[in-house]
Design a protein around this ligand. Structure first.
Ligand code: UD1
Ligand code: MG
Length: 480
C-alpha cells in the first residue's frame, strides 16, 4: 500500500536539523518536490463526525500518533503548495491550532461539500492556479497521487476538474462517476440520488479533486441544493463544467489509499493498516523486528539501519533512532533520540526530551524525562532520571532517583563525566556532581559534590557486639 507519509529513513543521523519538510508544516522529512506554487489546497474539515461519538472534531483523532488532518497536511507538504486552507466549523480552535500556520476558513453551517469549498474563497483571494480539494478525514492519499492529479489537470485537453476515482469493494457510501462514451467524466451522482443503473457503476468518487482555479469559484456559485440531502454538493461542479463545454477527467487510485474514517472501528482498522505498512517499511530499510505485530510506531518515527527492536515496544511521536541501536522488549519511547549503538530496555520508559548517547545503556525499569545520558553512560536498573544531564561514561547505580520536583518547581541535576552514583542515591535538585566523583550507596545528596570527591550522605552504621543474641535470650519463650 502506498501510504503518503514517510515514517522512516535509512541511516538516520542523530542531531539532524529540523525536517526538510517543504513549505507546509507538520510533515516528515519527505523528499521535497519542486515547489508547486501554481497549486493550492482546500482541506475540508468542518464536518463534526458524529459517528465518532467524541468531544473532539473527527480530524483531531489520531493514527500512529498523528491527527487525521496532520496526515493530510503531511502528504501535501512535499508538493510545496502556494497555500493550504483548512475549512473548519466555528469552535474548532483545536483544529486551527493543529494546522497552524496554515490559514483556516470558517463554515458556520454545514451545508455540504460545495458550500464548504466556497468558504475558502477569501483565504485564496488573489490565487490563480490549480486548486486541490481534499477531505480531512481521508488521511492516506499519497503525495504521488496528488502529483498525478495535478499533472492530469495540466494536460493539453485542459480538464476543468480532475476527480480521484476508486473502485471500492462496497460502493454504497460513495458518489458514482458517470463516464461518457469518450471515457471522460460527465457527472457525479451521489448514492442517495442515483438510479439503480447508476448504482451499478463500480467507479466511485473518493472526494479528492484538482480544479482549474480560474473556473472554480464561478462553478461553485452555480451549485444548488436540489438533491436528496438538500446540500450543496461539490460534486455538481463536474456537470456544470461539462455544460460550459469543459472536459472533466478521472485519475484512479487504490481503495486502501482513499480510506475514509467515520467511526472508531474504522479508525482502529486504519491504524492497523498504517502500522503494518510502517513495520514492513522499517524492515525493508534495514531494521530487525523480532515480533513485528507487537511493535507500534508513530507516523514520524525514524529508525536507522541494523536497529533491532524486541517484542512489545511502543513509539510515540518524535522518536529518532540511529544505526545499530538495540531496543529490548516492553519499552515505551516518546520524544527521544537514541544515538548509535545504544541499548535500551527491556522495560525502559523514555519520555520527551530524552537523549541517549552513543553506546549508552538504559536498563530495566528506568525512566528518563528531559535527560541527556552521555555517550557510554549506564543507567541499568530501577531509576528515575528527570531534568538531568549525565556526562559520558557516568554510572548510575540501581535505584537512583533525581528528586527534580518540589511540588511547584522542576530543577536540574548535573552529573559529570565518569561519575559513579552508588545504588539507591537520591539526588535532590538543583544539584551538581562533578566529573569523576563517587557517591556512596544510599546517599541523599543535597549539596554539590566536587570533581573526583567521594560524597556519602547517610546514617552512620552502628554495631553493638552480641546485642542480637542478648535480645533474643531476653524474649525466650514468648514466641514458638
Ligand atoms: C462525499 C462526496 C461523495 C464521495 C465521498 C467520498 C459530495 C457531495 N459527496 O460524500 O461523492 O464519494 O465524499 O468519501 O461531495 N464537509 C464540510 N462541510 C460540509 C460537509 C462536509 O467541511 O458542510 C467535509 C467533511 O468534514 C468531510 C468532507 O467534507 O471531511 C466530506 O464530507 P462527507 O459528509 O463525509 O461527504 P460524503 O457524504 O461522504
Ligand atoms: Mg464521508
Amino acid at each position: 500500500m502506498a501510504f503518503s507519509s514517510r515514517p522512516v529513513q535509512q541511516g538516520v543521523t542523530p542531531r539532524r536539523a529540523a525536517a526538510d519538510s517543504g513549505s507546509l508544516s507538520n510533515a516528515d522529512p519527505a523528499p521535497r518536490l519542486m515547489p508547486d506554487q501554481h497549486a493550492a489546497a482546500i482541506l475540508l474539515a468542518a464536518g463534526k463526525g458524529t459517528r465518532m461519538k467524541s468531544r473532539l472534531p473527527k480530524v483531531m483523532h489520531r493514527i500512529a500518533g498523528r491527527t487525521l488532518v496532520g496526515h493530510v497536511l503531511a502528504s501535501l507538504a512535499p508538493l510545496g503548495l502556494a497555500r493550504a486552507v483548512v475549512v473548519i466549523a466555528p469552535g474548532m480552535d483545536d483544529v486551527a491550532a493543529e494546522v497552524a500556520p496554515h490559514p483556516t476558513a470558517f463554515q458556520t453551517e454545514q451545508l455540504g461539500t460545495g458550500h464548504a469549498a466556497r468558504c475558502a474563497r477569501g483565504a485564496l483571494a488573489g490565487f490563480q492556479g490549480d486548486v486541490l480539494v481534499v477531505f480531512g478525514d481521508t488521511p492516506f492519499v499519497a503525495t504521488e497521487t496528488f502529483t498525478r492529479m495535478l499533472a492530469r489537470r495540466r494536460q493539453a485537453d485542459n480538464p476543468a476538474v480532475v476527480v480521484l476515482g476508486m473502485r471500492p469493494a462496497d460502493s454504497s457510501a460513495y458518489g458514482r462517476l458517470v463516464l461518457g462514451t469518450d471515457g471522460m467524466l460527465q457527472r457525479i451522482v451521489e448514492h442517495k440520488d442515483a438510479t439503480e443503473a447508476e448504482r451499478a457503476i463500480g467507479l466511485c468518487n473518493s472526494g479528492v479533486m484538482a480544479i482549474d482555479g480560474a473556473a472554480l469559484w464561478p462553478l461553485l456559485e452555480r451549485v444548488g441544493n436540489d438533491n436528496a440531502k438538500g446540500e450543496y454538493y461539490l460534486t455538481d461542479i463536474v456537470a456544470l463544467a461539462r455544460s460550459d463545454g469543459r472536459l472533466c477527467a478521472v485519475v484512479e487510485a487504490p481503495e486502501a489509499e482513499l480510506l475514509g474514517i467515520n467511526s472508531r472501528v474504522e479508525l482502529a482498522a486504519a491504524e492497523k493498516l498504517f502500522q503494518d505498512a510502517m513495520r514492513r517499511r522499517v524492515m525493508e530499510e534495514g531494521a530487525t523486528l523480532i515480533d513485528p505485530g507487537s511493535v507500534f510506531f508513530a507516523a514520524d518515527t525514524r529508525i536507522g539501519r541494523d536497529v533491532v527492536i524486541g517484542p512489545n515496544v511502543q513509539f510515540g511521536p518524535g522518536v529518532e533512532i540511529a544505526d545499530e541501536v538495540e531496543i529490548l522488549g516492553f519499552c515505551h519511547i516518546v520524544g527521544a533520540r537514541i544515538e548509535k549503538g545504544a541499548i535500551v530496555g527491556p522495560f525502559a520508559r523514555l519520555r520527551p526530551g530524552s537523549v541517549i548517547g552513543e553506546k549508552a545503556h538504559v536498563g530495566n525499569f528506568v525512566e528518563l524525562k528531559k535527560t541527556e545520558l552521555g555517550a557510554g553512560a549506564k543507567a541499568n536498573h530501577l531509576s528515575y532520571l528527570g531534568d538531568a544531564h549525565i556526562g559520558t561514561k557516568a554510572n548510575i547505580g540501581a535505584g537512583t532517583i533525581t528528586c527534580n520536583y518540589d511540588g511547584f518547581n522542576k530543577t536540574r541535576t548535573t552529573i559529570g563525566a565518569g561519575a559513579f552514583i552508588g545504588s539507591d542515591t537520591s539526588l535532590v535538585a538543583p544539584v551538581t556532581v562533578g566529573e569523576g566523583a563517587i557517591i556512596g550507596a544510599g546517599s541523599v545528596i543535597t549539596r554539590d559534590v566536587a570533581a573526583d570527591a567521594l560524597a556519602i550522605a547517610r546514617g552512620e552504621q552502628v554495631e553493638k557486639p552480641g546485642w542480637a543474641r542478648r535480645f533474643r535470650d531476653k524474649h525466650k519463650g514468648k514466641k514458638d
